[in-house]
Ligand binder design. Structure first.
Ligand code: SF4
Length: 361
């Protein structure tokens, strides 16, 4: 059996990635932040946003003391907003219950909000030298191929077994754990890639089960993707005395916890819509029907815009409702924001783009 960790460590000295701002970090806050950002976002995007985030919130205490709106605004555009809410909740818990310090073992770290086992293992191995393997998507792919695991690695039992096997491959010395963890990440991202892995130059070629059995393209098993749904909605840009009405989205679901324009329910469509939705002000729950009915009918309806999510494509039409004066809703679910201040709100990317375009028009 090949010395897996020794071979990987040797490879990383010559070919590991360099120049990533979160590399060679011992500060658990910075490792944690990079791990969370990298979960669903490309390295190139994270590089810039990570630096920006650290500048605004240099420590976990700074993050804990920020408001949720500040955090969401800084996260806007990165998507998967539950990550930002969990990040904030976790920082607060660390501040309140752990005196602003991260626990040092993966077993304790995993009890914190938004920290899964692989992230906990990354923090514990990078910062505290714990001998524990990460198992993110890149590492799962590498190990499934190397070990010849043909079942669906997303299944809980297969995942659990893969983790147990991963654990047998970690280096003996805890001092090697940070470099090993980084090497696993780098190898999965640059050599054993999802498409066209570089098997001909791979240091594991002679011991890789998938390569020996010509099954590299079949592992990990790809389960068919769900068909992308098409949905339609209408949003209201209600403008009064240079102020715009924004609505807080529910904490769970798409754009959860962000401010957005008041919106009708999403309606499913079979194909890209050729006509706008025909709605009335009654389709916007929570708004005063009597006050808005006439202005709504006379408002200008703009052509729909398209926004593509992972499993859905949204066509949203915006109606510009101009009022002579604001109305009061007596709830913190809505807020009027000066039009020049909109950029400071945590808005979903397509809404931010639309507002920017509107301000420039
Ligand atoms: S030989 Fe190919 S499939 Fe096997 S570990 Fe190397 S890159 Fe991955």
């Amino acid at each position: 059996m090949i010395d897996f960790s020794g071979t990987l460590l040797q490879w990383s000295k010559l070919h590991g990635r360099t120049g990533l701002p979160w590399q060679n970090q011992k500060d658990p806050y910075k490792v944690w932040l990079s791990e969370i950002m990298l979960q669903q976002t490309q390295v190139a995007t994270v590089k810039e946003r990570y630096i920006e985030f650290i500048q605004v919130f240099p420590t976990v205490r700074d993050l804990a003391r920020a408001s949720q709106d500040q955090v969401m605004a800084l996260w806007a555009g990165l998507g998967y907003y539950t990550r930002a809410r969990n990040l904030h909740a976790c920082a607060k818990m660390l501040e309140e219950q752990f005196d602003g310090q991260f626990p040092e073992s993966a077993a304790s770290l995993v009890s914190l909000p938004g920290i899964g086992m692989s992230t906990a293992a990354a923090i514990a191995s990078f910062c505290f030298g714990e001998r524990i393997s990460i198992l993110d998507a890149n590492v799962k792919r590498l190990l499934a191929r190397f070990l010849g695991v043909e079942e669906d690695v997303k299944k809980a039992l297969v995942h659990h077994e893969l983790w147990q096997k991963a654990q047998t491959l970690v280096p003996r010395k805890k001092e090697d754990m940070p470099a090993y963890t980084q090497a696993l990440m780098d190898f999965g991202a640059t050599v054993c890639t999802p498409k066209s892995p570089k098997c001909s130059n791979c240091v594991f070629q002679t011991s890789c089960t998938a390569f020996a059995q010509s099954k590299v393209s079949m592992i990990p098993l790809q389960v068919k993707k769900v068909k992308n749904k098409i949905v339609q909605s209408e949003m209201l840009f209600i403008l009064a005395n240079q102020q715009v009405l924004f609505e807080l989205r529910p904490a769970k679901g798409i754009w959860g916890g962000l401010w957005s324009l008041p919106e009708s329910s999403w309606v499913e469509a079979i194909e890209a819509p050729s006509k706008p939705l025909q709605l009335s002000i009654r389709d916007f729950q929570g708004l005063p029907v009597d006050l808005l009915e006439l202005s709504y009918k006379n408002a200008k309806l703009l052509a729909p815009r398209r926004h593509v999510f992972t499993h859905r494509t949204l066509y949203f039409q915006i109606r510009i409702v101009k009022l002579s004066e604001k109305f009061d809703l007596n709830t913190n679910h809505y807020q009027w924001v000066n039009i020049s201040e909109c950029e400071h709100l945590g808005l979903p990317t397509p809404i931010r783009q639309w507002v920017n375009d509107y301000l420039l028009s």
